[in-house]
Design a binder for this molecule. Sequence first.
Ligand code: AMP
Length: 223
Amino acid sequence: MRLVLLGPPGAGKGSAAQVLSDQLGLVHIASGHLLRDAVRAQTALGRQADGYMQRGELVPDHLVTAMVLEQLEAVAKDRGFVLDGFPRTQAQAVELDAALGRMKMLMDRAIYFKTSPETIVSRLAGRRVCQSCGANYHMTNHPPAVADVCDRCHGTLAQRDDDKPETISQRLKVCLRETEPLLGYYRERGVLRTVNGDESVEAVVRHVIAIWEREQLRFGERR
Ligand code: AMP
């Protein structure tokens, strides 16, 4: 199963990817998480990406694409994967397809998380992220067992800098401008499916698995 998750920030892509990866043994590749790690480690990539992320802008394609494809090429031969936050532009999608083509693979499905503005704002305002492993929580919908402590690795939870209100509106604008056109890209290739991002993570994951089960024959033929 090779999946791309598309949708605005706060649509629940990261939480659903986490569950899909745990339940189905898929590798979860989250571009935002990789970039935040690079910023924390102050690598050359991290230093270049930092300002863009703080402003809620996209990091330039060539930086993000190289980083994600390197990860993908290391894992994709043996295991299915779920890409979360990448691609975000058509140029990234074209590079991704070219890399998969070199590995004699196709993307199975692109899942669009169609989500209302009210849900997005409430999810982002309440979101807390583990500083060590990147797991996502929400203060009311999905709190950790102990306040501000990650259930998985006991790391510290914090609000992301770019989840503050002034950056959220910029990120939503960027998503409309750069990322919505990707829906057409995947629709034309016949792999786009839509789920309701306003629903709970569990419900969304059930829908994704139902899509997979319903269309399994075709997945087989496409490989
Ligand atoms: P996310 O965690 O997916 O919301 O990403 C956080 C931030 O990282 C975004 O607002 C962008 O600045 C940057 N970023 C993540 N993925 C990409 C991508 N595929 N292309 C460009 N910038 C990205």
